[in-house]
Ligand binder design. Structure first.
Ligand SMILES: [Zn+2]
Length: 255
């Protein structure tokens, strides 16, 4: 294996483990529970998971998706979150190599995976997740700038933050019923991250979020709810667009 191949594989394995942790975050943060204590347990019978029950993907397959103790079904979401986080980490490593943006964008991807799922389940985008992630992102960028002796990345990150939170903030002010303030906050977090990659990903994210949201929203109204008053959470479309823009946002310009 080439050094780059090893790096990508290593990142993907870390991603699987991070995905396993995200499952805990997705379940516990909206319920106001601690993400550290108690240790991982079956949510049906309270059985405390041993390490061997808690390995990403492998345990789910070995246990055939059931609790080792009570046999109740484990949601397929658990291995899917692990798998997608692992894939995203591998993708980030493959795209950005051994640069400072790799850990920053890996953290970004992980945050988006859990925020999107929490939004689908609870219609909330917890500040408890966005603020600490934004703070670590900011510190990573500052540390890199100090090491480089140039504040270019910090400036473009702050620009990205300003553009995305500005547009979402404006929409929130003009039509408060269309999005929530949590979406405005998330837009700022996304801009902070994508800004490092430049202006194009920052702006393409906006097109993508409203594009994905509108297509899904129209389809949902026509096929499922048949009412224009139905509301769908917007966070997942923002996350989808942000990840798409992270990968291909620099390869084209719409504006
Ligand atoms: Zn159980």
């Amino acid at each position: 294996m080439t050094p780059n191949g090893i790096f990508v594989a290593l990142f993907a394995v870390v991603g699987l483990a991070v995905g396993s942790f995200l499952n805990v975050v997705i379940w516990r943060v909206p319920r106001g529970e601690s993400i550290v204590l108690p240790p991982s347990h079956c949510t049906s019978c309270g059985y405390r998971l041993r390490t061997v029950d808690n390995l990403p993907i492998a345990s789910f397959l070995a246990l055939r998706g059931r609790c080792h103790s009570c046999g109740s079904k484990i949601s397929v979401r658990y291995p899917l979150v692990e798998l997608s986080t692992g894939a995203l980490f591998g993708l980030v490593a493959a795209l950005f190599g051994r640069t400072f943006v790799a850990p920053q964008l890996a953290l970004f991807s992980a945050s988006l995976v859990c925020l999107a799922l929490i939004d689908i389940e609870t219609r909330k985008l917890p500040r408890k997740i966005i603020y600490p992630s934004a703070l670590v992102t900011f510190l990573l960028i500052v540390a890199y700038c100090i090491e480089m002796g140039s504040f270019h990345y910090l400036v473009s990150s702050i620009e990205g933050f300003g553009i995305d939170i500005g547009i979402f903030g404006l929409i929130f002010l003009l039509r408060p019923s269309s999005i929530g303030f949590g979406d405005v906050r998330l837009a700022g977090f996304i801009g902070l991250n994508l800004g490092v990659l430049g202006l194009n990903p920052t702006i393409n994210f906006l097109y993508g979020a409203f594009g994905f949201g509108s297509i899904f929203g129209i389809g949902y109204i026509l096929l499922v709810s048949r009412s224009v008053k139905s509301s769908i959470p917007f966070g997942p479309f923002m996350a989808l667009s942000a990840l798409t823009s992270m990968v291909i946002g620099n390869s084209f310009r719409i504006f």
